[in-house]
Design a protein around this ligand. Structure first.
Ligand code: FAD
Length: 330
């Protein structure tokens, strides 16, 4: 039977497909409820989908986003199946506005898959940002780190396999699996909170590994609600809020009327002038960055990387320790 629900053909195209992330992770859009039309319908509290022009839907969605009228976008929901290293799950789970169901290491055997950063993403500590990476480390260091990681993981995996083979409870056998071990969850979130998650996690300040997931999810979201995606790029991700001092500075530099924006003759503000407007030296640097031409933004999915659920499931199953069931003593 044909569905009466609003759907998007570009979302249907990827529904249930698995997109690889990092070395053993993935994201799959397993379901969604609603599209841009649902946002318009909720905003107008209307009776049906009708035949509104898409240009009017676009105008409304952009207006709502600019004016932070967010509840209509909570009417759209997206559900994902994701596999990520545990240290990334720990960052991800801080976003409290999603519903999560994680793979149970108490109930099921853990697939013994561990994340290994490739050389390109193996960096030294940043000297300017205590919470980030600096330049790329050299090849020798990467090679040795990989050897050490492999040794630790072999040991941890061996202990796990031995314990579950001895019928130790899975909930105890797993306790020393490293943070690089892949876990999985179903993750359901509404569009408003998803966009908040994406704004924080596609940002260059976020750790590379969670960014890799957020970028794929952004590409999926773009297929469910393309007008909301476009408004998010324009007003949130590519936009920057201005402080009172920054607005005052701009008002001294520019004159505006209904027809145009013009530079005031001879207008110039020194750092001292900006300090008088209340901007600290750091805020002045941040102001300059806000005024820079924004980079091109886009999160198109690479469909050639999409894999079937069966394929991914078989790979995960292969990574689970093969344990002979012990004869029951009952
Ligand atoms: C680059 C970066 C570095 C970070 N570093 C650290 C770190 O060093 N240590 C650390 O502990 N965390 C760190 N975090 C996590 C960060 O502090 C947030 O916990 C995380 O980003 C989730 O954001 P959120 O609370 O806005 O999201 P969500 O939990 O999804 O909440 C969304 C919004 O809902 C509202 N909300 C949700 N729950 C509540 C509540 N209980 N009360 C009031 N409002 C609520 C808030 O408006 C919130 O913004 C970092 C995050 C980033 C992006």
């Amino acid at each position: 039977m044909e569905t009466k629900r609003p759907t998007n053909p570009r979302a249907e195209e990827i529904l249930g497909g698995y997109f690889p992330v990092l070395d053993h992770g993935f994201v799959s859009l397993v379901d969604y409820m609603g599209t841009d039309d649902s946002i318009e319908r909720a905003a107008r509290v209307s009776y049906g989908y009708g035949t509104r022009k898409s240009s009017r839907t676009r105008g409304l969605i952009r207006y709502l986003r600019r004016h932070r009228h967010s509840t209509p976008s909570e009417m759209v929901e997206l559900k994902f199946h994701c596999a990520m290293p545990m240290f990334i799950a720990r960052q991800w789970i801080r976003h409290r506005t999603a519903s999560v169901n994680e793979y149970s290491g108490r109930y099921s055997l853990m697939p013994l898959l561990f994340y290994t950063p490739d050389e390109e993403h193996f960096n030294v500590q940043s000297s300017t940002n205590n919470q980030g990476r600096g330049g790329q480390a050299d090849t020798r260091l990467h090679r040795e780190a990989v050897e050490r990681w492999n040794a630790i993981r072999e040991h941890a995996a061996g202990g796990y396999e031995w314990m579950v083979g001895e019928d130790v409870a899975r909930e105890i056998a797993r306790i020393d699996l490293p943070l690089s071990t892949y876990t999985q969850w179903y993750w359901k979130i509404d569009l408003h909170n998803l966009l908040h998650f994406l704004s924080l996690r596609v940002d260059p300040h976020a750790q590379y590994e969670i960014r890799a997931y957020a970028e794929v999810i952004a590409g999926m979201m773009a297929r469910v609600a393309p007008l909301s995606y476009e408004a998010w790029l324009d007003y949130d991700l590519g936009g920057r809020p201005l402080s009172r001092g920054e607005r005052r500075a701009l008002a001294r530099l520019l004159s505006t009327d209904a027809e145009s924006v013009a530079v005031r003759d001879g207008a110039r503000l020194s750092n001292d002038d900006l300090a008088e407007l209340g901007l600290s030296a750091r805020e002045v640097r941040e102001f300059a960055a806000k005024l820079a031409d924004p980079p091109e933004l886009g999160f198109e999915l690479d469909l050639s990387r999409m894999r079937s659920a069966e394929d991914v499931e078989a790979e995960m199953a292969k990574a689970v320790p093969a344990i002979e069931p012990r004869p029951s003593s009952d």
